[in-house]
Structures are given as structure tokens and as C-alpha cells.
Design a protein around this ligand. Structure first.
Ligand SMILES: Cc1cc2nc3c(=O)[nH]c(=O)nc-3n(C[C@H](O)[C@H](O)[C@H](O)COP(=O)(O)OP(=O)(O)OC[C@H]3O[C@@H](n4cnc5c(N)ncnc54)[C@H](O)[C@@H]3O)c2cc1C
Length: 415
């Protein structure tokens, strides 16, 4: 089924045009080829088929670039198409309809988050060396913060250290769940900076450092299996890894703030992707309900199934409007931290419910590899942990709300 995208009357011609062009590529180039594009997920695939899949992906990426749709989250001077957060939200819900399309449009985690950090904290030299080739697809990257022996939900608990020695940082530590770890050419590593001249507080003791993966002492131990399958979320030991001081991102001690900036944008990107995928799950569910006959009638005539359709419609509308509202607030320069936390809880949960209902309507086929629903379900569940578990975001919302009320104000839901 093709995605139905029509102009939105309140949007500018430019952004409507971007949405329509994106939908055209999704409907014409990606959806009919989904089974051929991602063949490595299938059994008994020949080298020839893998090579053809690579070529097909490059062809589609070239068409995306030609249409001016590449890397919507980045400014034009660094190879992106220079959309605002809000414009990106409107475009991304369209591209995310198709599984894996993020990488075909040059906006794929963890590279996208790293690009935002390089943009904000990188020197011009770092941007030219790491950001530009990353955007051009010549390099891959990872973000290495979480550690097996410390709570990832409290990033200030990390134990990985960077010690300054002459003109170098010497890094020692143990990380895991560094996504893209096997493919990455460089990793942005969150370190506790052991620098005598750094008198920062607990947050200010952390610095992000760029580490090329071929540096001696970077030991990618394994991809940690996720949902019972091999993955590229890697366990990595940093053993006396030496990199030049100029590989540091931003000021010494700016690492915690940089992580918050990175994750803030990344969380909204995850939700934009979730909205597009929910849209797809919804279309699949309705289509099946209209065509599958059970117990003497089509599924669409059963009130249980009508309830699934209505509840999913409500979930998608709410998730989509929260995402758009948050993106709008980020563009306006307002403090969007409470909205980001609310979004990061609500959208993955709504996505989880929508994927769950679509699976139920499809029966056994719903959990099969023939449809994208099982992957969506697992992705939605995983998202409730990654980039901060739900509980941590609930604590943040309550903290921000209570702070405002204690200061004598109430909450203004209009802003
Ligand atoms: C697929 C995937 C990809 C990932 N990619 C990356 C990556 O690229 N780079 C990276 O650095 N990390 C990555 N992560 C790690 C992720 O960010 C962490 O898993 C997450 O921050 C939670 O940390 P943790 O697993 O150590 O859980 P913990 O911190 O041990 O927390 C466990 C549970 O405790 C509960 N909890 C935590 N705090 C509180 C509280 N205050 N009150 C009540 N309950 C609480 C929550 O339910 C939480 O799920 C990835 C994770 C996954 C699953």
C-alpha cells in the first residue's frame, strides 16, 4: 500500500513540496524494493544479492540527494538540506513510513546525533575532518557512553577516564551498547576527565573525545545480541587509548551538557521515526481488517477490531501532535526539556501499542519476518530504555513542574 500524503493547508509551499517529494521517493523507490534493499536480514543470501542491494541503496541515495532531501537535520554548508526542527518533523514522519529509509535520507542514528554535536561543539577543523565525511557517507560513527558496570540512566556515574599526558588524552574504560560499533570509523567517547586544572563539579568532570576506531587499544569485544539476534551494539574496552588533545569536543568538562544536547535532539528524532512507523503499522492493520475473513465476516465488521483501529488512530494523532509541538518549541528557542521527556515516554509507548494491535490483527503473520511489524514492536519496546528509560524522564517532568510551582507560578500548557 502506498503512503497517502497530501498538502497540509497551514504549511508553506516549500515544506509541502518537501513532503510530497519525500513521499514520492518512499512510494516509488523504497516500498516496492523493501525486500531487496535489506537482504542481510534474510537467510541464504548470496554475495551477488548483497552487492545488488548495496547498489540499489546507492541509487536511491543519489535520487534523494538530487531531490535536495539529503540530511534534513543539517545546514546546507555541511551537506544537509537545512530544515528547521519543525520542518524536519513534518518531513521525517513521511520518510520513516518505510523501514530503513532513515539511512537512505542520510539521517540515521547514531550518526545524526553525532553530527549535531560536531556541529555545535566541534572546531572548524573537526567539522571538516569528521562531520563533512560523515554527512557524505564516507565515514561511520558511534557514541560510546553507557557502561556495563554503571547505571546508564545516571550518565554521571561513568568510570571511563581520560588522563592528560603531554599533548595526548589517555583513555581507559569499559563501554557497551555502543551502536554501530563494528562499522564505525570513529567513536565519540564520554570520559571522566582526570585533569588537575579542571575544578568542575560532578557534571563538569566529563568530556567527549573523538577516538578513531583504528587507534591502538580500542578493543571491540563483541556485538551484544539484542532480542536474540546478533547486533552492532558493541561492547568496547578502551585500554590506554592515546589520542591528540585536539580530539576533545568543546571545552574540558562540557561533556555532560553536550550529551544532553545530543540526546535531546536524538530523542525527538526517535519520536519522529516512531510516528512514521506507526502510520505504516496503521495502514497495514486497516488493510488486513478489510480483507481477512474470520468466523463468517471480515475483521473490519468485528467491534474488537474497530476498537483497535480507533485506539490506534487516537495514539497516532496524540503522538504526532506532541512531536510537532516539541519540534516547534525547540525551533522557537523555548525550554523544551519537559516536552522532550514527555514525548520520549508517550511516543514509544503509543508506538508499542499500535504495533501490538497491528500484530494481533495479522495473527501469526504479524510476528513473521514477512512484515515489518515484529521489528517495529521490538524497536518500540527498546526505545523505552534507550536514550533514558521512562522512569528517569518521569522524574524530570515532575522536577521541572514542581520547581515552577514552588517558584509561585503554575504551568502554562499553551507554551
Ligand atoms: C538497542 C540499544 C542501543 C543503545 N545504543 C547506545 C549507544 O549508541 N550509546 C550508548 O552510550 N548507549 C546506548 N544504549 C544504552 C542506553 O542508553 C541505556 O541502556 C539506558 O540509558 C539505560 O541504562 P542501563 O541499561 O545501564 O540501565 P540502568 O541505568 O541500570 O537502569 C535500569 C532500570 O532502572 C530503572 N530506573 C533507573 N533509574 C531509576 C529511578 N531513578 N527510579 C526508578 N527506576 C529507575 C529503569 O526502569 C531502568 O530501565 C543503547 C541501549 C539499547 C537497548
Amino acid at each position: 500500500m502506498a503512503m497517502n500524503v497530501q498538502p497540509i493547508s497551514t504549511l508553506s509551499d516549500r515544506i509541502n513540496q518537501i513532503r510530497l517529494l519525500t513521499a514520492e521517493i518512499v512510494n516509488r523507490e523504497i516500498l516496492p524494493n523493501e525486500n531487496r534493499l535489506w537482504v542481510w536480514n534474510q537467510e541464504n543470501v548470496s554475495e551477488n544479492e548483497k552487492q545488488k542491494a548495496r547498489e540499489l541503496r546507492h541509487e536511491i541515495q543519489a535520487k534523494v540527494k538530487q531531490a535536495g532531501l539529503w540530511a534534513p537535520h543539517l545546514p546546507e554548508e555541511y551537506g544537509g538540506c537545512g530544515l528547521s526542527f519543525l520542518e524536519h518533523a513534518y518531513m521525517n514522519e513521511v520518510l520513516a513510513y518505510s523501514i530503513g529509509a532513515a539511512s537512505l535520507f542520510g539521517v540515521v542514528a547514531p550518526n545524526s546525533g553525532n553530527q549535531k554535536i560536531l556541529l555545535k561543539y566541534g572546531t572548524e577543523e573537526q567539522k571538516q575532518k569528521w562531520l563533512v565525511p560523515l554527512t557524505e557517507g564516507k565515514l561511520e560513527s558511534g557514541f560510546s557512553m553507557t557502561e556495563p558496570d554503571n547505571a546508564g540512566s545516571d550518565p554521571r556515574s561513568i568510570k571511563t577516564t581520560a588522563r592528560r599526558e603531554g599533548s595526548e588524552w589517555v583513555i581507559n574504560g569499559h563501554k557497551w551498547f555502543t551502536s554501530n560499533g563494528k562499522r564505525a570509523d570513529f567513536l565519540i567517547v564520554m570520559c571522566r576527565t582526570d585533569d588537575p586544572s579542571d575544578d568542575g563539579d560532578r557534571n563538569g568532570k566529563m568530556t567527549q573525545i573523538i577516538v578513531p576506531t583504528d587507534t591502538p587499544g580500542v578493543n571491540v569485544v563483541r556485538g551484544v545480541a539484542v532480542w536474540g539476534r546478533p547486533s552492532d551494539h558493541c561492547e568496547i574496552i578502551y585500554d590506554n587509548v592515546r589520542v591528540p588533545l585536539e580530539n576533545q569536543l568543546g571545552q574540558t568538562g562540557s561533556g555532560h551538557q553536550a550529551a544532553q544536547d545530543r540526546l535531546g535532539a536524538g530523542r525527538v528524532y526517535h519520536c519522529m521515526n516512531s510516528v512514521g512507523q506507526m502510520w505504516r503499522a496503521f495502514d497495514l492493520m486497516v488493510d488486513r481488517a478489510m480483507n481477512r475473513e474470520v468466523h463468517g465476516g471480515l475483521l473490519e465488521t468485528k467491534q474488537f477490531i474497530q476498537g483497535f483501529i480507533a485506539d490506534s488512530y487516537i495514539d497516532i494523532q496524540a503522538a504526532r501532535l506532541m512531536t510537532i509541538h516539541t519540534a516547534e518549541k525547540m525551533d522557537s528557542g523555548g525550554d523544551a526539556r519537559t516536552d522532550i521527556s514527555a514525548l520520549k515516554i508517550f511516543v514509544p509507548e503509543a508506538f508499542h501499542r499500535v504495533a501490538d494491535r497491528a500484530i494481533q490483527v495479522w495473527g501469526a503473520a504479524g510476528v513473521s519476518g514477512d512484515l515489518p511489524l515484529a521489528a517495529m514492536y521490538q524497536g518500540a519496546r527498546t526505545l523505552r530504555l534507550a536514550d533514558g528509560p521512562d522512569e528517569v524522564h518521569k522524574i524530570l517532568i515532575a522536577k521541572n513542574v514542581l520547581k515552577q510551582y514552588h517558584a509561585g507560578d503554575s504551568w502554562d500548557f499553551g507554551n
